[in-house]
Each structure stands twice: as structure tokens, then as C-alpha cells.
Ligand binder design. Structure first.
Ligand code: BV8
Length: 255
């Protein structure tokens, strides 16, 4: 039985500003391998830190392109899970709500979330490796990766690789949302990759209540005010239901 402390439900029912950060764990129940599990089968012999880097791409563009194509075809077959849906529903529970994701699978948008802050880009977009410009279409030939129609450089996924800076506007928006919220929820992330992993610390320093929802302990667990161990696809819907019924009780109580 999932136990969510009453004090957390009360705190969330009263909250006006809530910020959420998600990682690969929110998409796991949809069937998208988590970042570190994304080396199952064929990819088991590769280190993601080698594949998800500009150097890795430059030294073997075909291998890296095919790793992303393999992930894209998995993502094309999956659907958002109840955890994504609960986070979309949270938009109507809080006057000020920000959803930040480290994921590149765009499943939050597909589940109805609006204004998602994508810290690490989007696997469905491609850009020129030379010019950095997003390219929507290119002549289909058999080159792998495809070539940029403008400069003939390689195309690459429009995601942030290790050693690359995050999109400045997204990072600034995420930092502001972390530093101005009353409650910060960290969901389905190992809290190891920076600067995303630093957002919870920024929220804590600004006085927010920190809530972690994760299958395992992480570096954030020791500083979180609440650490709920379990599946996001079960805990988040339970949280939304509990907040909704407590808010309804308050309304009838005050009438
Ligand atoms: C940068 C996109 C400037 C690509 C990704 C400070 C300290 C230490 C290191 C650094 C630092 N600052 C910068 C660095 C270097 C580096 C970094 O953080 N390295 C780490 C490994 C130590 N950061 C960078 O390079 C960043 N760039 O800072 O630029 C700069 C430049 C050069 C040098 C310094 C600074 C760029 C980082 C972005 C990399 N791109 N993804 C792609 O997807 O292909 S990162 C990728 O891994 C994900 O996007 C995600 O962000 C990250 C972590 O993955 P998670 O989402 O947490 O997934 P993971 O599998 O790890 O964990 C899933 C969790 O869910 C688990 O805990 C599991 O238990 C849980 N779970 C599973 N199922 C469920 C569940 N929980 C609930 N319910 C379930 N059902």
C-alpha cells in the first residue's frame, strides 16, 4: 500500500507554486529504457557517456546516429503512462506550476502538459552538427547519418550531450522556477547529472519543501524533506487524488 504522509498532502493542498523535475524514471513505465538502462541488448557494450557526446559522434557518427534511431523507434511505439498524466493534471491544481524535464522523449507534451521546460533537448528534432541549426527535412539518400541540405555536414539529434551547455533560456527558466517555488518535486531521476541535479539544491536553499519520488535512494534522498520510494506511475496519481479530495474538503468546510 502506498503511504503518502498527511503532512505532505496538506502542504501541497495549500501550495500556490509547485515545480517538478523529471528524469528517465517517469518514462520507464511507458517502456522507455532509463538512460542508464538504454544500453540493454545491442548497446550493452557501449557507455552512454561515450555515445551521448560530441566526441563520440565525431569519431563514429553512424554508431551514435543509429543509437538514437533505435531509441526513437522505441519511443514512437510507447504511450504516456499515468505518471505523465498526473503531472499534466497538476497544472490545474496549482496557480503557478512549472514542469522541467531531463528527458528528450517528449512524452510530457504527448500527455497534455503545456510549457514543458526541456533541459536536454528533444530526440524528435535534428540539427546540423556543423551549423547547429535545426533541420526539419533533408533529401532522402542512403547516407547515415543524413547530410545537412545547407552545408552537407552530418545531422545529429537536437539533444544536449555530455560536455555541452544546456539551452540558456531553458536553464534560466528552470532555475527561476526552482528558486521561487514552495514545493519542489524530483521524480524518477538518479540526481547525478548536473546542472539539472543542482535544481533541487537551489530550491532547498530558497526555502522550498523538497519531495523525491524515486525507486531507489539518490544523492538527493538525504536532503529531501519527503522521500517516497515507489513507482512514479502509482505515487503521482495517488498524490493528485489525495490533494484533490483534501482541497474539496476544505471548500465544503469553508462554505
Ligand atoms: C554541462 C540527453 C557545461 C542526451 C543527457 C558538476 C558536477 C559533476 C559533473 C558535472 C558538473 N557540471 C557538469 C558536469 C559534467 C556532466 C555531468 O553531470 N556528468 C555526470 C555524469 C557526473 N554534465 C554535463 O556535461 C552537462 N553539460 O554542464 O555543460 C559543462 C561543459 C563541460 C564540462 C563541465 C560543464 C550536460 C548534461 C546533459 C547530458 N545529456 N541526456 C540523451 O538523452 O541521449 S543526460 C541523461 O542522463 C538524461 O537526460 C538525464 O539528464 C541524465 C540522468 O538520467 P536520469 O534521468 O536521472 O536517468 P537515470 O537512468 O540515471 O535514473 C533514473 C532514475 O529513475 C533511477 O534512479 C531509477 O531508480 C528511477 N526509476 C526507474 N523507474 C522508475 C523510477 N522512479 C520512479 N518510478 C519508476 N517507475
Amino acid at each position: 500500500m502506498l503511504t503518502i504522509p498527511d503532512s505532505l498532502i496538506t502542504r501541497l493542498a495549500e501550495a500556490k507554486t509547485v515545480t517538478v523535475l523529471t528524469g528517465a524514471g517517469i518514462s520507464a513505465e511507458s517502456g522507455v529504457p532509463t538512460f542508464r538502462d538504454a544500453q540493454s541488448g545491442l548497446w550493452a557494450r557501449y557507455d552512454p557517456h561515450q555515445l551521448a557526446t560530441a566526441e563520440g559522434f565525431a569519431s563514429n557518427p553512424k554508431l551514435v546516429w543509429e543509437w538514437y534511431e533505435w531509441r526513437r523507434q522505441i519511443i514512437s511505439k510507447v504511450r504516456p503512462n499515468p505518471g505523465h498524466v498526473a503531472l499534466a493534471e497538476m497544472e490545474r491544481l496549482f496557480p503557478k506550476y512549472s514542469l522541467i524535464t531531463q528527458n528528450v522523449d517528449a512524452l510530457h507534451e504527448r500527455s497534455g502538459s503545456k510549457d514543458v521546460i526541456e533541459l536536454h533537448g528533444n530526440i524528435h528534432r535534428n540539427k546540423c552538427f556543423v551549423e547547429g541549426i535545426v533541420i526539419d527535412s533533408w533529401p532522402s539518400d542512403d547516407s547515415v547519418p543524413p547530410r545537412c541540405p545547407r552545408c552537407s555536414g552530418w545531422l545529429r539529434p537536437d539533444v544536449v550531450w555530455f560536455g555541452e551547455s544546456l539551452p540558456l533560456a531553458a536553464l534560466a527558466h528552470a532555475e527561476l522556477s526552482a528558486m521561487t517555488c514552495e514545493v519542489f518535486l524530483s521524480v524518477g531521476t538518479s540526481s547525478q547529472v548536473h546542472p539539472a541535479a543542482g535544481l533541487a539544491d537551489a530550491a532547498k536553499a530558497a526555502g522550498a519543501v523538497i519531495v523525491e519520488i524515486n525507486l531507489e535512494k539518490t544523492p538527493l534522498t538525504k536532503t529531501a524533506d519527503y522521500s517516497l520510494r515507489g513507482k512514479a506511475g502509482e505515487l503521482l496519481p495517488a498524490l493528485v487524488t489525495a490533494i484533490g479530495s483534501q482541497s474539496a474538503e476544505r471548500k465544503t468546510g469553508s462554505e
